[in-house]
Design a protein around this ligand. Sequence first.
Ligand code: NDP
Ligand code: KPL
Length: 364
Amino acid sequence: MRIGIAGAGSIACGTAALLYRNKHLPTLWSPSGRSTTAFETKPLQAHGVFEEEFMPAIAQSAQELAEANDALIIALPATGHKQIMDALAPHIREGQHVIISSHASFGAVYLTQALAARGVSAPVTAWGTTIVSGRREQGPRVRVNTIRNRVDLCTVPEAETDHGLALCKSLFGDRFMPRDGLLAILLSNLNPQNHLGIALCNITRMERGEDWSQGLNVTPKVGRLLEKLDLERLAIAKALDLKVKTIFEHFHQSFHVPVGSISEMNQQMHTHGYGGLGPATADSRYVTEDVPYGLQVTVVLGRLVDRPATLHEAGIRLFSAMYDREFALENEFLHALELESFSLCDLQHASRTGVLHRPSTPQT
Ligand SMILES: NC(=O)C1=CN([C@@H]2O[C@H](COP(=O)(O)OP(=O)(O)OC[C@H]3O[C@@H](n4cnc5c(N)ncnc54)[C@H](OP(=O)(O)O)[C@@H]3O)[C@@H](O)[C@H]2O)C=CC1
Ligand SMILES: CC(C)(CO)C(=O)C(=O)O
């Protein structure tokens, strides 16, 4: 299949290499054009858990990306999702599948509604994480640290679930776990809680621009914080009667290490050489993306089901103080969709249909 990828960073390039390896035809689109200049003269070189070298097709615009491809994958930080959805939405065709990797906040609802405003219906598949992990390196290189065994997904509207699963399997193999709607997917993205603990406890390393091993620095106390944050997320999922994986399953399925404490699992990743490097800047998506688009949404859901996520909330406040910003207000989807004015029941409905009805509008 011809797959258009919005983004040309770590995940976009790693995913493109995996698609190419699986005999599909990926096209990359860098919104500013900067991230694809390296491929004008040199092939994309993927290394790490697999090696692949090929010339990726490059799209010059959102329009070209949508028109020239069978399906689309959005693979860039959530801070850019609204802008990229606004750019793609006018060009997405009826029935053209869009995958969001990884989904955050209520992005799939925003996109579905933008398409509905044009009278277009297209399935949107939301992934709880990415199919690969890795880092874009200098020039045309990308390091792929892992291919995950299991990625949680759902498709809106719900009637397209089988279609979404079949598409993902045909592109990447049998690596997907269907979940019950967008609220489950939103609660299946563990990056925000994990990055809260990792960034908070290593903020001086980040701010000083050090090179530091992320896995090694999930020390026992940091690991315990991640485990306690996980309990808050799991309590919210339970109150919503949603099945989501635990942090232990996440590290086991993503990084293929035996189950132990979260610190032990991270130490193993470090020992095997894929513990990864932590951010070498305070201006990192671990904070700028994950606080507004992850932690804030968990806190809102926690309030709605009377399971306050107090550690998550403390994280938002601490980062907001350190960065002198109001991260809670930086989630563009919460504003654009006016999410605060909807009830839990409205959100649960949107979680399956992709459509948020005004509270006064009768639901179908
Ligand atoms: N890397 C990893 O291992 C993992 C990543 N993720 C998630 O995957 C997603 C992608 O991450 P990753 O690839 O690492 O990120 P990168 O920072 O490598 O992504 C860079 C790409 O995103 C584009 N981009 C960044 N910000 C914006 C913006 N505001 N508007 C438009 N485009 C933007 C850049 O555009 P341009 O080309 O114009 O510069 C570039 O193409 C994120 O949500 C991340 O949290 C999840 C798990 C693991
Ligand atoms: C490094 C890793 C895989 C774990 O924190 C990650 O999720 C990320 O880069 O966003």
